[in-house]
Design a protein around this ligand. Structure first.
Ligand SMILES: Nc1ncnc2c1ncn2[C@@H]1O[C@H](COP(=O)(O)OP(=O)(O)OP(=O)(O)O)[C@@H](O)[C@H]1O
Length: 469
């Protein structure tokens, strides 16, 4: 495992050598945030937000503030530090004065549950300034999704319409779209009236995960469809019906200074984010970033949340289930996620735990083996507190934000540092405290931290599991 944990030595791109250090930023109360639209201020207050977190202030400065969206942003900031609002707020503010409705911001996430979570954040702020948010994740049938995303003209009975004219009148019902790559590609390939030609903002959240998997070449396709050719046309426009707003080619931000390599075409602003952002030049090259700016937290490559405590529990392999039960009992029924190494062991462990009839908490599994509808229902029940212990494969590892999760248990040691960071990051979010326990066999080494990562103290098993100690 030590070999797998070795941090690959890749040459760091020159622009990554002088990042903006987010940890030098202070929280900023909304009343002091320059240029914040009062309607958004009110929407944020309604969400219980009275100040912005450091990463949100740093991104605001580079977008709405003096930075003015001049550079593409790469944000590497710990789990739970508020990256979603860091991009959602500037995008909504920037679009708040738009005159014509068309699809201008696209947010891509790797999973449906994550996309739903991010849409909820946009739903809380975008309507305040008259913007609509759509979802393309395959939660409903494609026909339902199309009817949410594309507005069709009302046809009058008795009049014969030319199909060509009819398709010219299709327009977007949404300003902002939150999507998973698969469904996005379905709409790109086959939804009449769906166009990316007015796109101003592209967000690739959980970038390292999305770049790892090609998903039908969604990224090159999106970049291709949003790029002007020298002739001023979109290269693939012939494959799509022209839209009503086909003539409004200047909707996107334009200006010579925003062009690239001397060209003056309007530029698509990109924001890419992760708690474990890749430094791999070949991966980053896929994003075709414009004059990128790195925002990162502190000197370490990866950082755990400040108030996370990490513990290792060493026990004999055959006693692991008993240690787990004792630990869960000690946690007193508070919300907790138990991570295992595979979908099969998730199922086995959950079944085993449910054999203990007198446990004072409810246990359910959440894994990629289950149907999406089952997973979403389990997640809702976990959020609402009907289930206290979620046994999960790595389907729950990234991005999921569930209030009240105070403990994470690695029943199986994660193979990679990145996995450890994302799993542990399901707790200690938004400045809260949290604990991450890792069960280890006697001969099993703890995650190799290397110099890229910091973790707090461990403690002996019998301190946490006195019943077994
Ligand atoms: N300014 C704020 N004030 C209070 N709470 C906030 C603020 N910004 C975000 N939050 C809350 O912080 C939590 C974490 O935010 P978010 O999910 O955006 O983190 P993240 O950095 O994207 O984490 P991950 O890397 O795990 O995806 C959420 O519950 C969110 O509602």
């Amino acid at each position: 495992m030590a070999d797998q944990q070795k941090v690959k030595s890749v040459p760091v791109l020159p622009w990554m050598r002088n990042p903006i250090d987010v940890s030098l930023f202070e929280e900023c109360t909304l009343s002091l945030l320059p240029c914040l639209d009062p309607r958004l201020n009110e929407a944020l207050q309604n969400m219980g937000i009275s100040s912005l977190f450091p990463v949100q202030v740093a991104v605001w400065q580079e977008t709405i503030g003096p930075g003015g969206f001049e550079r593409d942003l790469c944000v590497n900031s710990p789990t739970g530090s508020g990256k979603t609002l860091a991009y959602a707020l500037p995008i909504v503010q920037a679009l708040s004065n738009r005159a014509v409705k068309c699809l201008r911001a696209l947010i891509v996430l790797p999973t449906r549950d994550l996309a739903l979570q991010v849409k909820e954040v946009f739903d809380k702020i975008a309507p305040a300034v008259g913007l609509s948010v759509g979802l393309a994740v395959g939660q409903s049938s494609i026909a339902d999704e199309i009817s949410q995303l594309i507005k069709r003209p009302k046809l009058e009975a008795g009049i014969c319409y030319d199909p060509e004219d009819f398709s010219l009148d299709l327009r977007s019902s949404v300003d902002i779209l939150v999507a998973t790559p698969g469904r996005l590609m379905d709409h790109i390939n086959s939804t009449e009236g769906f166009t990316l030609e007015h796109l101003c903002y592209l967000v690739v959240d959980e970038t390292d995960r999305l770049l790892r998997e090609a998903y039908q070449s969604w990224l090159p396709t999106v970049l291709q469809l949003t790029r002007f050719s020298d002739e001023g046309f979109f290269p693939c426009a012939h494959t799509f019906r022209p839209s009503l707003f086909g003539s409004l080619k200047t909707i996107r931000r334009s200006g010579v200074e925003r062009g690239f390599k001397g060209k003056s075409y309007p530029r698509l602003v990109k924001m890419v984010l992760s708690a474990t952002l890749t430094q791999d030049p070949s991966k980053l090259a896929q994003l075709d970033l414009h004059h990128p700016l790195l925002l990162t937290t502190g000197k370490m490559r990866y950082q755990l949340p400040g108030k996370l405590e990490s513990y290792e529990l060493v026990c004999e392999s055959k006693l692991k289930p008993l240690y787990l039960v004792a630990l869960l009992q000690n946690l007193g029924g508070e919300k907790c996620i138990v991570f295992t190494s595979s979908v099969e062991s998730t199922h086995r462990l959950c079944t085993l735990l449910n054999f203990f009839h007198d446990l004072p908490f409810k246990v359910q599994e959440y894994s990629g083996l289950q149907r999406q509808a089952v997973r979403s229902k389990t997640l809702r029940r976990f959020r609402e507190g009907e289930i206290q212990v979620l046994v999960s494969s790595d389907a729950m590892t990234r991005g999921m934000d569930v209030e009240g999760v105070r403990s994470i248990i690695n029943y199986d040691m994660p193979m990679y540092i990145k996995t450890y960071i994302h799993r542990a990051g399901r707790t200690a979010r938004a400045g809260q405290t949290g604990r991450c326990f890792t069960l280890l066999r006697k001969d099993e080494p703890y995650v190799q931290l290397g110099s890229s990562f910091a973790v707090s103290v461990g403690c002996a098993a019998n301190e946490l599991c006195p019943k077994l100690g």
